[in-house]
Design a protein around this ligand. Structure first.
Ligand code: UD1
Ligand code: UDP
Length: 409
């Protein structure tokens, strides 16, 4: 076994709910690798929404920074992150930093490491819409990170092609997305434990039999203002349907929470609830008939669960599930959101086509591939098509969830 001195010191830095979910399986795999000394730095860009993820995956941060302020602006957040992250780099002097995705925490952590000439590995590299204002500021963040990283862990072949087309300097490998590792770990816990399922279901006493569930999430900065008012208009209209029920766990960002509560708070058929712990949210996705979202992570998870997704954006950096037919872009205009939802609720053939389980984003082994790359082992690329033809559907809708979904229909 490697001695303490020869271990590779890897510092994972992340700060928001989706990064924590997607980094959790990876930091667990890093910790299990004898050749690696794994350290975790949580920036505190999100507080309550992130803590639940650490608890769920039984992780303990070595450094917890405290950068979040209510209504934080991109520049105030960026400045606070540089000031808070640099001393951690100074103290730990890691051999490598790992960051995930496209948040401001990830961008600043990668740039602060670059300034100190610490090699950076970018998990979920190569996603592109081609428009630096959508998603904003994430498209710019991910480009910055990809420029500063020497290891680029692309989730799909298409994301690696984006990196190759840009002649990215780092080495890129297709690993699959670690979100599928996290989802499979979490769904397996739910599927194997009837008591846990009952406990989770008790969190949704408002769900009625005889109505199909439209699950909604939304938080993108580019939708603030007009965009959110339009989304709410569409939901007010859809709430009049007597065959559906709408559940919306509302993001804590005041620019989301404010308008959503004001516009939809009085509707009996719209259940506005607090952000759910990941375990409960996965359970709610299992119950959903259709998911309406602007989230990146949900776009990746839902196809694995065989749930049709309508994305309230004009462009997506995740075209794979659109190609597979489980995701459709509907923008944010009330008319197109309403038409998209109505079509899926009224046309069974369309719904069945869109609810075929598709797994373009991973096979549940992305984290181990990343660890193997760090340890210099030979790694075979994740290739979605091949793996799907060689294995059972990677994450079919569990039987209990199918039965429950039928209960609600
Ligand atoms: C951030 C990321 C976005 C990611 C999203 C996931 C940036 C610029 N944005 O957006 O890429 O998709 O997280 O959710 O990195 N708040 C709380 N408690 C929490 C979390 C947030 O109160 O646990 C409130 C605070 O008032 C905070 C505000 O939400 O100021 C905005 O948080 P911020 O991280 O700046 O932006 P998000 O919209 O959450
Ligand atoms: N999620 C959660 N609780 C919720 C809503 C979402 O745990 O109430 C999970 C979801 O399953 C996905 C992640 O949070 O893994 C997505 O986070 P978000 O939409 O905030 O960010 P994005 O993916 O758009 O960056």
């Amino acid at each position: 076994m490697a001695t303490y001195q020869s271990r590779l010191r890897v510092l994972s830095i992340f700060g928001t709910r989706p990064e924590a979910i997607k980094m959790a399986p990876l930091v667990k795999a890093l910790a299990a690798e004898p050749g690696i000394e794994s350290l975790i730095c949580v920036t505190g860009q999100h507080q309550s929404m992130l803590e639940q993820v650490l608890d769920l995956f039984d992780l303990k941060a070595d450094f917890t920074l405290d950068v979040m302020t209510p209504h934080q602006t991109l520049n105030s957040l960026t400045a606070a992150l540089y000031a808070a992250i640099d001393p951690v780099l100074e103290q730990t002097r890691p051999d490598r930093v790992l960051v995930h995705g496209d948040t401001t925490s990830a961008m600043v952590a990668s740039m602060a490491s670059f300034h100190r000439r610490i090699p950076v590995g970018h998990v979920e590299a190569g996603l592109r819409t081609g428009d630096i204002y959508s998603p904003w500021p994430e498209e710019m963040n991910r480009r910055c990170i990809d420029l500063s990283a020497d290891l680029l862990f692309a989730p799909t072949g298409q994301s690696r092609d984006n990196l190759l087309n840009e002649r990215a300097q780092g080495r890129s490998l297709v690993t699959g997305n670690t979100v599928i590792d996290a989802l499979q770990m979490t769904a397996a816990r739910i599927d194997q434990d009837a008591r846990l399922r009952d406990e989770l279901d008790r969190q949704f006493p408002f769900l009625q039999t005889g109505r199909k569930l439209l699950l909604v999430t939304g938080h993108r900065r580019e939708n603030f203002g007009e965009g959110f008012l339009d989304i709410c208009k569409a939901l007010r209209h859809l709430a009049q349907r007597t065959d559906i029920q709408i559940v919306y766990p509302v993001h804590l960002n005041p620019n989301v929470l404010g308008p959503v509560t004001e516009q939809l708070g009085d509707l009996l058929n719209v259940h506005l609830i607090k952000p759910l712990d990941y375990l409960a949210f996965v359970r709610l996705m299992q119950h959903a008939h259709v998911i309406l979202t602007d989230s990146g992570g949900v776009q990746e998870e839902a196809p694995s669960l065989g749930k049709p997704v309508l994305v309230m954006r004009d462009v997506t950096e995740r075209p794979e599930a659109v190609a597979a037919g489980t995701v459709r872009l509907v923008g944010t205009s009330p008319a197109s959101i309403i038409a998209g939802v109505d079509a899926l609720f009224d046309d069974d053939t369309l719904w069945r086509r869109a609810s075929q389980a598709a797994n373009p984003y991973g096979d549940g082994h992305a984290s181990q591939r990343i660890v193997d790359v760090l340890m210099g082992r030979v790694v075979e690329d994740f290739v979605a098509g091949q793996l799907q033809s060689q294995h059972e559907p990677l994450h079919p809708l569990p039987r209990e969830a199918r039965e429950l979904s039928a209960d609600f229909s």
